[in-house]
Design a protein around this ligand. Structure first.
Ligand SMILES: NC(=O)c1ccc[n+]([C@@H]2O[C@H](COP(=O)([O-])OP(=O)(O)OC[C@H]3O[C@@H](n4cnc5c(N)ncnc54)[C@H](O)[C@@H]3O)[C@@H](O)[C@H]2O)c1
Length: 492
């Protein structure tokens, strides 16, 4: 993990709370400064949402959650920190005042990043004693799930500091986008603002309700946007001739009276009232908390789907998981007992109509455990590329108890048998909380020459590693259910 470990968060509202959650879940200790008495309870709610989302999002172990300290003294928050994220309300004078205080008390080299949605860093840093370590790190809500963070330096920001911030954000699972030039509202908010202005006009002119405008996005272009940005989508829309054809076909419409982009509708009481009423109607009985849950559940599933096709934000998630995996402390396996190979939590989309972990997820957990065993015995990518692998021949699962959402489980593996081409294992899933066994699986696996599609002997390294485990495991008692098939229904 990053060179930064003591993080200060200044302002713990929607965005500050999201940062706190992301930092803590990456194992970093956080000191939060916010003068509002209700800040801590709001932040705790955001942390709970984030923990729930990460349980479902990540397939690797997370670091131990960091410690959160709240302080009413800004000096105490920043004086020992090595990274500061500022998230006070979007008010130029307030930000300048708070940044001056931070600058005065923070160690000289500590990075100061502002979450501002559009204020210019050159103006924000103008009066700082050490302006070179100040930059904008602009996130998106919910900060703990959305990977994008725009990095924008001012005239006095050092390139090194921008790169250090980008590395840090990358380490905590984000996708930093460093702006080439400073500009009001950066990249994303300029685009979103243009869309927002058009949407406000459509409501003001009585063309559509807020719900209809949201539907016009979420049933169409919005689905594409998680996959591809506008340029790539339009490239495809141009057919085989691509972007050039698209521009020649639709370029002229830019001159048609489609857009009111340069004008801003007056946000008078009438328009505010209309938008608020229609927004209440759109939400129906759903509270903000319920909407947050729906949003997070959906975002987790979108991110995991993108991960499956190794694309966009899904690639960022895979890189993050790989980083977490390589940072995890390597525990020494104890060969004198069944190997503790896998730990996970039961995720919400593993639950079926009975409210329990559904059947095929048990196989998934056992399969992931087998993968970890294969990793340990040395079945590397290059082994597979050289034309050899290990296939599963048979699996017998016994379902003994019901697993529920959020329960922590671990899997141990007992090597029950080994010859030159095959091995047999017994995996056991145990519930952490009460040490009760949820399920067991026996598997027979076989070494394969992929090119010839035939059984073959294990490669040298695999054979040596399996033999080392076998030397210990053949002395372990074999459970009496091992080797049993499904009991017959017939009585005779
Ligand atoms: N809400 C968004 O979607 C979003 C997205 C990206 C960036 N931002 C930016 O993040 C920043 C914070 O926005 P938000 O939406 O979290 O606002 P918010 O109103 O939810 O939170 C602001 C927090 O700052 C605290 N605060 C007020 N005065 C303070 C002070 N003097 N010192 C310390 N804390 C103080 C408040 O108590 C509150 O908890 C803004 O700069 C905003 O532009 C917001």
């Amino acid at each position: 993990m990053a060179e930064f470990s003591k993080v200060a968060v200044i302002g713990g509202g929607v965005i500050g709370g999201g940062w706190v959650a992301r930092f803590l879940l990456n194992g970093l200790d956080v000191t939060l400064y916010d003068p509002d008495d209700t800040a801590l309870s709001k932040v705790n709610r955001i942390i709970a949402n984030a923990e729930r989302a990460y349980d479902d999002l990540l397939d690797v172990d997370r670091p131990k959650i960091g410690v959160l300290n709240l302080t009413s003294d800004i000096r105490e928050a920043v004086e020992n920190s090595d990274f500061i994220q500022e998230n006070v309300p979007e008010n130029f004078e307030l930000k300048k005042k708070i940044l001056a205080e931070i600058d005065q008390h923070a160690p000289e080299n500590t990075l100061i990043c502002s979450s501002t949605s559009g204020l210019l860093p050159t103006e924000l840093q103008a009066d700082l004693k050490h302006p070179e370590r100040f930059l904008v790190g602009h996130p998106f809500n919910p900060v703990y799930l959305l990977p994008l963070v725009e990095i924008c330096g001012g005239d006095l920001t050092s390139e090194d500091k921008k790169n250090a911030a980008a590395d840090f954000y990358r380490d905590i699972g984000m996708k930093p986008l460093i702006l080439k030039k400073e500009i009001d509202a950066f990249i994303a908010d300029r685009l979103l603002e243009a869309y927002w202005r058009e949407a406000l006009w459509l409501v003001k002119d009585g063309i559509a309700t807020v719900e209809e405008i949201d539907d016009a996005i979420r049933y169409g272009a919005g689905l594409r946007w998680a996959m591809m940005g506008t340029f790539q989508v339009y490239r495809i829309a141009g057919g085989d001739a691509g972007m050039r054809h698209f521009l020649s076909q639709f370029g002229p419409s830019l001159k048609w009276p489609w857009t009111k982009l340069m004008d801003v509708p007056e946000l008078d009481d009438g328009l505010i009232g209309r938008i608020t009423e229609q927004s209440d109607e759109q939400a129906g009985d759903l509270s903000i908390q319920e909407l947050e849950k729906i949003r997070d559940n959906g975002l987790v599933r979108i991110l995991k789907s993108l991960q499956r096709i190794d694309w966009g934000a899904g690639e960022t998630l895979s890189d993050y998981e790989a980083k977490l995996k390589s940072n995890a402390p390597k525990s020494q396996l104890d060969y004198s007992r069944p190997l503790l190979l896998h730990r996970t939590k039961i995720k919400s989309d593993w639950i079926d109509y009975n409210g329990h972990m559904t059947e095929h997820r048990y196989l998934q957990v056992f399969g992931e455990t087998t993968d970890k065993l294969l990793d340990i015995i040395g079945m590397t990518d290059s082994y597979v590329k050289s034309g050899f692998s290990i296939y599963t021949l048979e699996t017998h699962i016994r379902h003994l108890q019901e697993g529920k959402r959020g329960e922590e489980i671990y899997v141990t593996t007992h090597l029950l048998g080994l010859d030159s081409k095959r091995f047999r294992v017994l995996h056991v899933i145990t519930r952490e909380q009460d040490s009760s066994v949820l399920a067991t699986a026996e598997q027979m696996l076989m070494s394969v020459n992929i090119t010839e599609n035939k059984a073959c002997e294990f490669g040298e390294v695999l054979s040596e590693n399996l033999t080392e485990i076998w030397d210990y495991h053949q002395k372990l008692p074999i459970p009496d259910f091992a080797g049993a098939g499904i009991k017959s229904l017939q009585t005779s």
